[in-house]
Design a protein around this ligand. Structure first.
Ligand code: AHR
Length: 350
């Protein structure tokens, strides 16, 4: 029961007692009164809490979904950063990989008059209208992880995330170097790509970065989306294996699709990894990718760092202090080949 309601009930009770001329309450009435008073008292801290919660910075986070280990680590990074102890109230929304859900979430954040909206956009396009609504409501929008492709970049305050094009280029550079070391630099190399969600900047950038760095003797046999999930990655790889019997390299645009591909390859009686038939190149570098490299299944994982919670908090603190932030902020990322996995795994935070 709310404090106000309890106080009203208590006043009515006391007034009724006085009007009835009962100077002394019976023990039952006294007990009831005491209980009501106690209830009022226990409500006091709630009022303080309410006042305290007025001081919190309210942040609405429109998250993509829970499609991968990377995404789980990203969600955890936000939830552990935007806590009440740190001065925030986080309103978290999981869009289940659907843009329309994210648009709904942003509209609900606007209605709730949050202080900041953070979005990890599922895809790059189609955001102008809802961003305009946030702008009209005077709520700053911070993009994290994936980017938006909007004609007017004043619709968002800034973006922080990984350089997806560079990640794709780094993957191709690793392959070129690896094939040289293997004495296969001049061989015809057949590649298939498991793409992420089509239109997501992690997909667009990685596909573009790798594609633009292809050597003349590399053939891209096929590219299909595995939606960044392990199950879809496995399904697409199964169909690639039925269609092509000469695959040399799988480029999986995230670790979870790579895990699915590895399962499909093994189920088809083939081998992969440094000592296998098929080279596996992946992105994210989550802990399970290091385990896969140590197990001899994966060749390399190009890092994509998901720990954006503290980065976004720093941006918000700068804005709260009246400062300015860079429009585009790239995070440093590394390439982890299988031979480094055993040494590095212990240092990984996700
Ligand atoms: O946008 C980052 C990508 O999204 C990660 O590579 C992937 O695992 C996630 O789903």
């Amino acid at each position: 029961m709310k404090k106000k309601t309890v106080s009203v009930l208590l006043s009515v009770f006391m007034a009724a007692t006085l009007l009835a001329g009962c100077g002394k309450a019976t023990s039952e009435e006294a007990a009831t009164e005491e209980a009501a008073t106690e209830e009022t008292e226990t409500e006091e801290p709630a009022a303080e809490e309410e006042a305290a919660s007025d001081d919190l910075i309210v942040v609405g986070y429109a998250q993509v979904g829970a499609e991968s280990d990377w995404r789980t680590a990203n969600t955890e990074s936000f939830k552990s950063t935007f806590t009440e102890e740190n001065g925030y109230k986080l309103i978290f929304d999981d869009a289940q990989q659907k843009q329309e859900n994210q648009i709904k979430a942003i509209r609900s954040f606007i209605q709730q008059e949050v202080d900041y909206i953070v979005v990890a956009p599922v895809v790059e396009t189609g955001w102008e209208t809802v961003l305009q609504e946030a702008k009209e409501a005077g709520i700053p929008v911070i993009l994290s992880d994936r980017q938006m492709d909007v004609s007017d970049d004043s619709l968002y305050t800034c973006w922080v995330g990984g350089n997806f094009i560079k990640e794709g280029q780094d993957a191709a550079a690793w392959l070129k170097n690896y094939l040289e070391e293997q004495g296969r630099a001049d061989d015809e190399i057949n590649i298939v790509t498991l793409q992420g969600t089509i239109g997501a900047s992690a997909q667009v950038g990685r596909t573009e970065g790798f594609g633009s760095s292809m050597e003349d003797n590399w053939n891209m046999l096929d590219m299909q989306t595995g939606e960044f999930t392990q199950s879809k990655g496995q399904e697409v790889m199964e169909s690639f294996l039925k269609q092509y019997d000469d695959i040399d390299v799988v480029v999986a645009e995230n670790d979870n699709m790579a895990f699915g591909a590895i399962d499909a390859i093994k189920a088809a009686g083939k081998t992969c990894g440094p000592d296998g038939d098929i080279i596996i190149i992946s992105f994210d570098a989550v802990k399970a990718a290091f385990e896969s490299m140590i197990a001899g299944d994966m060749n390399v994982s190009v890092e994509c760092n998901p720990l954006h919670g503290p980065r976004v908090a720093e941006i918000i603190q700068t804005l709260e202090a009246g400062g300015t932030v860079d429009k585009i902020m790239y995070v440093d990322e590394e390439v982890f080949p299988a031979e480094t996995a055993a040494d590095v795994i212990g240092t990984r935070a996700y």
